[in-house]
Design a protein around this ligand. Structure first.
Ligand SMILES: NC(=O)c1ccc[n+]([C@@H]2O[C@H](COP(=O)([O-])OP(=O)(O)OC[C@H]3O[C@@H](n4cnc5c(N)ncnc54)[C@H](O)[C@@H]3O)[C@@H](O)[C@H]2O)c1
Length: 448
């Protein structure tokens, strides 16, 4: 098959490369010339484990190409995948300008009819809008399918080849059959298709992300209640998660959800509700609880350090989660801005996200090595649980932190450190909803 993908971001590049790996001829298009130039020079513009090798192999075999526009012979493709960004507009709804612009490019440049696959996360009704737009310009030439993406940054390559599900929403028999055939090699370990209408497919994506955001927000809310009441979120999680109806995944308290999807998708779902005059109370609450968790981090820091003005705080982990360089809406971004607004000096480190973070918040001193970030800091906040932060070097921390008689503050916003050990090493410890730390606490997390 011949395939064009629009957008070489986290979704477009993984999808295009994955399809090339399955033996198809793929052209990845992006309007950002710098990204295309980088890819042509063999440089991958994002950090995604396993992707560089896969890109290199498929470029070498001439199955994968990059361009700023549709070039021959790709004007005669079987599939046109739209994987461009759909960021939040000012009112929180999804900004669809890139999707519509890619749609117009397809209508203008494709020489033969094909299947247009909307992979971007888009509100209910967008597929129908794309179909109507194409029909207006080129009647009866294109068939549209919604095929939302569920990959997780940091595990995107694996998610492409081993998806939990492949959702296909279309009114066209040909599009349905063609997509089933295209994705057939990914079905080796069992049926993965959820085949439905376009509107349901579009809603499945928002519903999935918002469900996860609600779980996270609920656990964060409970962590605040634990902190206030003296309960321990580790034990609460263990007790809840062992109920098979609840399950133990996505049940961690932390600094609040972030990233390029959850915040914008929850907002877009709320706006979609408004469009249909239907207040989405739970989604709204998830968002407010997430905001409150950001405030909670500052409250805890102020409780332990007093006035933050003039104090140096080090942030370990700037990307929104480990194994990505994506800092969009990362909890560290919000925390850094809140700290700076209170007059604190912020230093930070991230194994991959440092350069992106520095661009977004130039006031933060971003260091190449984690222990350099700690120099002169009264507190180190573990914001993103990269593996390299999991076993801190206490000797190095003591040497570099500025500590009063009670020791420097190690604030574990992911609850991955052993609080008792930290206290034994002569530091002050703060977790999220773990109250008073007892020596047995650390083991309860390991049980689930
Ligand atoms: N990142 C994720 O983890 C993830 C997971 C599932 C779904 N999604 C959804 O997939 C979509 C893409 O997300 P992403 O993270 O890959 O975005 P991204 O911002 O990383 O990449 C989008 C790319 O599209 C390009 N672009 C914009 N307009 C274009 C046009 N008209 N033609 C060609 N290229 C154009 C941009 O230059 C950019 O490189 C979004 O709707 C997102 O919600 C993302």
């Amino acid at each position: 098959m011949r395939i064009v993908t629009f957008g070489v971001g986290y979704v477009g590049l993984v999808t295009g490369t994955g399809l090339a790996e399955l033996g198809h001829e793929v052209l990845c298009i992006d309007i950002d010339p710098a990204k295309i130039r980088a890819l042509e020079d063999g440089v991958i513009p994002i950090y995604e484990p396993g992707l560089p090798d896969l890109v290199r192999r498929n470029v070498r075999s001439s199955r994968l190409k990059f361009s700023s526009t549709m070039v021959a012979p790709f004007e005669e493709s079987d599939f046109y995948f739209i994987a461009v960004g759909t960021p939040s507009a000012d009112d929180g709804s999804a900004d669809l300008r890139a999707v519509m612009s890619a749609t117009d490019d397809i209508a203008r440049l494709a020489k033969k009819g094909g299947i247009v696959v909307v992979k971007s996360t888009v509100p209910v009704g967008t597929g129908d809008e794309v179909q109507a737009r194409l029909n207006e310009k080129r009647p009866g030439v294109f068939e549209v399918a919604s095929n939302p993406e569920f990959l997780k940054e940091g595990a995107a390559v694996n998610d492409f080849f081993r998806p939990d599900r492949i959702v296909i929403g279309t009114r066209s028999d040909r599009a349905r059959q063609s997509l089933r055939a295209l994705y057939k090699p990914l079905q080796l370990s069992g049926e993965r298709f959820v085949v439905t209408d376009p509107r349901s497919a579009e809603l499945i994506k928002y519903a999935s992300n918002t469900m996860l955001a609600i779980r996270v927000s609920f656990m964060n809310e409970l962590s605040r209640l634990c902190e206030a009441s003296g309960a321990d979120i580790h034990s609460v999680r263990l007790g809840m998660g062992t109920d098979t109806r609840i399950g133990n995944r996505f049940l961690y308290a932390g600094p609040g959800y972030g990233g390029s999807c959850f915040p914008k998708d929850v907002k877009a779902l709320i706006q979609l509700g408004k469009k249909y005059n239907l207040p989405l109370l739970l989604s709204d609450a998830a968002e407010r609880a997430n905001e409150a968790q950001g405030d909670f981090l500052i409250e805890l820091l102020e409780k332990r350090l007093g006035d933050l003005s003039g104090k140096t705080i080090a942030l370990w982990g700037l990307a929104f989660k480990p194994e990505t360089d994506d800092i969009r809406d990362s909890p560290a971004l919000r925390l850094a801005k809140d700290l700076i607004a209170r007059g604190a000096k912020v230093r930070g480190h991230d194994p991959e996200g440092g350069p992106n973070f520095k661009k977004a918040v130039p006031e933060v001193t971003v260091t190449d090595r984690e222990y350099d970030a700690v120099d002169g800091a009264e507190a180190v906040v573990l914001v993103t649980e990269w593996r390299s932060y999991r076993v801190p070097n206490f000797v190095e921390l003591k040497k570099r932190m500025k500590a009063g008689p009670e020791g420097g503050l190690l604030f574990d916003a992911r609850n991955v450190w052993n609080g008792a050990e930290i206290q034994e090493e002569g530091f002050r410890y703060q977790g999220i909803g773990v109250g008073k730390v007892r020596p047995t606490d650390a083991s309860s997390r390991a049980l689930v």
